[in-house]
Ligand binder design. Structure first.
Ligand code: 5GP
Length: 116
């Protein structure tokens, strides 16, 4: 049986493709989204490719999910005003394209009242 195809985020973790990395430790990496949807748009990504979405991460490693949130706050303090929106797309019908869990950290001035 052949190994499952690697996601683009696994390739970034392995340095097989470049990314503008803003944070890294042994469990989490964060980098700028290639197609930013906000003045600050970072992706906060557990390095493990074991979890396809936030539901799987929450069930499998809740401490790692908590770490992702703590790192998001740290990055928002550093790159935005400390205030931010965190989005986990879960499923292709709502726009998930990379099936390796990741948080979109959106900051800067976002339209008031809009969730899009
Ligand atoms: P999703 O739609 O799965 O929630 O989010 C995937 C995100 O990954 C998208 O916002 C997309 O712009 C970003 N993305 C896809 N390929 C690359 C890449 O090669 N490099 C970076 N930095 N971001 C990527």
């Amino acid at each position: 049986m052949s190994a499952p195809e690697k996601t683009v985020f696994e390739l970034i973790v392995e340095r097989a493709i470049p990314a503008d990395i803003v944070f890294e430790n042994d469990r989490v990496i964060a980098f700028r989204d290639i197609a930013p949807q906000a003045p600050v748009h970072l992706l906060v990504v557990p390095k493990s490719s074991e979890y396809r979405n936030v539901t799987e991460l929450a069930a499998g490693d809740p401490a790692l999910l908590a770490e992702v949130v703590a790192i998001a706050q740290q990055l928002a303090d550093e790159y935005a005003s400390g205030e931010y929106r965190l989005v986990f797309n879960t499923g292709s019908s709502v726009g998930q394209t990379v099936f390796h869990v990741h948080a979109h950290l959106l900051g800067g001035h976002l339209p008031e009242g809009s969730l899009a």
